[in-house]
Ligand binder design. Structure first.
Ligand code: 4AD
Ligand code: MG
Length: 462
């Protein structure tokens, strides 16, 4: 079997015979030999291949080993005189799988802007930065599963096509099977979308929470990890129309337990990535953000700050800052407020809890003050909200009343209300924006650069 370059770099011994396959990053022709750096995506550094002139002379394809070409090299590992690696591959056999015309191949050896790379989304995974991001993303996913699996949580698969609006915010993409050339019409002459999904309305899910609650009231502790969708026209560096969310849901759990889990969870994921991706984290530290390592270390080891929403408003009011958006009890926190709290006031992640009921979703449990709900958001420096969660309203009458008072139609929530009729228990959960986590972990500025195929308003090409 083909050997991964990462494994060869870590475990290869001088004298080992190896075959590697990958894409050429650079080629340097010297008098007595040619140096090629080849990378298969398993590592940042790539493997240095030395092609002696005798081998080059017997390999006509060598001229096509240009940046971007796919090739295979067999030979023996030798000590490397270079300072960047201990070993290199002395090639004896070379096979060119597919060339890459240097006149047109867009990824030449220079730094390209992230904006430019987004226009060549089919090739950008071959860059150092996207490569490092994707490996960290993969490690985060593994850490998440390990964290929950070790604690006995069941991974449940919630649907992407759904009839309910979990957040009640109307940010839903409609799923349609209608022939829009000849759509059915309402008596008023409008397109009749009620027939959307083979005869009923359906949407892309904004969150798996409601279904996760079904599963938590059968399996106690569960989590989801899958794509979610928001039809909001937000062109910011932290919003996507399609993003991945991790949503644990726990029966017999209150807001305090929810906050404790969120903190332990993030600490675990940061520690895991520090342990498993040292090469990538060092790269981000050097190239992207000088503080990523310190931030990750802090996330992995220190407790988060906690502030009630009411305290947070007082802090903001006393800050003396001229914020762009107004600050007053009852108004939602904007990104600038969230960042002030985390970055400047607390100088670490902060959990803000007990938000006003009027600005939060219908399912959050009403507190005894009748004004606030048992909600919590984890706010991270530079990003703002990374996790949003709550204790859920488990009392049938209160829930029904909340649905109605938020102007929602209770009918589609009949089964959700049923869960409060049969074996209802206090339960709680949260949603982590997976891309915001990866953004925070890597220090990348733009959320579009931490997902392989970003979906933002007007962008769906690749
Ligand atoms: O705060 P949100 O809207 O909460 C929920 O959806 C709950 N149902 C979760 C739960 O309790 N199970 O979203 C949760 C997280 C946010 O904190 C944010 O990190 C991320 O999802 N998020 C987005 N990430 C990228 N692009 C967007 N448009 C996002 N909207 C939310
Ligand atoms: Mg939220």
């Amino acid at each position: 079997m083909q050997q991964r370059i990462k494994d060869i770099l870590q475990q290869g011994q001088v004298g080992d015979r190896v075959t590697v396959k990958g894409w050429v990053r650079t080629k340097r022709e010297l008098k007595e030999c040619t140096f090629v750096n080849v990378n298969d995506g398993s590592t940042l550094a790539g493997l240095q291949v030395v092609i002696p002139n005798t081998v080059a002379a017997a390999t006509p394809a060598i001229k096509d080993l240009t940046t971007g070409a796919a090739a295979e090299f067999s030979g023996e590992l030798v000590p490397s005189p270079g300072k960047n690696q201990a070993i290199e591959l002395h090639a004896q056999q070379i096979h060119l799988w597919g060339g890459a015309d240097p006149e047109t191949y867009p990824l030449q050896k220079k730094r390209h802007s992230f904006e430019f790379l987004r226009t060549i989304g089919h090739l950008r995974p071959r860059t150092n930065t996207l490569g490092a991001v994707m490996r960290v993303r993969n490690a985060c996913a593994m850490a998440i599963h390990q964290f929950f699996q070790e604690r006995g949580f069941l991974w449940v698969h919630t649907p992407i096509i759904t009839a309910s609006d979990c957040e009640g915010a109307g940010e839903l993409f409609t799923v349609t099977t209608l022939d829009l050339a000849q759509p059915p019409k309402t008596p008023e002459g409008q397109i009749d979308f009620s027939q959307d999904f083979f005869g009923r309305r359906a949407y892309l899910t904004v969150s798996g929470q409601l279904e996760a609650e079904i599963m938590a009231t059968a399996f106690t502790n569960v989590y989801t990890f899958g794509p979610t969708f928001r039809a909001e026209n937000s062109n910011t560096s932290r919003h996507l129309a399609e993003f991945w969310m991790v949503e644990p849901e726990m029966a017999f759990c209150d807001l305090m337990g929810d906050m404790e889990l969120a903190e332990a969870f993030l600490q675990f994921v940061f520690r895991y990535v520090l342990d498993h991706c040292p090469e990538e984290m060092a790269f981000f530290q050097e190239r992207i953000d000088k503080s990523v390592m310190a931030t990750a270390e802090q996330m992995a080891s220190q407790p988060f700050a906690r502030l009630s929403y009411t305290e947070a408003i007082q802090v903001l009011e006393k800050s003396g800052r001229a914020f762009e958006f107004p600050v007053a009890w009852g108004l939602d926190l904007q990104s600038e407020h969230e960042r002030y709290l985390a970055e400047e006031y607390c100088q670490r992640p902060v959990i803000v809890y007990d938000y006003p009921a009027a600005i939060k979703a219908f399912y959050m449990r009403l507190n005894d003050d009748g004004k606030t709900v048992a909600a919590m958001d984890v706010l991270a420096p530079k990003i703002g909200e990374i996790i949003g969660g709550s204790q859920r309203e488990e009392r049938f009458d209160v829930l029904q009343q909340r649905i109605v008072s938020q102007g929602l139609d209770p009918a589609p929530y009949w089964w959700y209300l049923d869960l409060r009729r049969y074996g209802s228990v206090p339960h709680a959960g949260f949603g982590l924006g997976f891309e915001r986590l990866v953004q925070f972990m890597t220090g990348m500025d733009n959320i579009r650069d931490v997902i392989p195929f970003p979906r933002t308003p007007g962008n769906a090409e690749f």
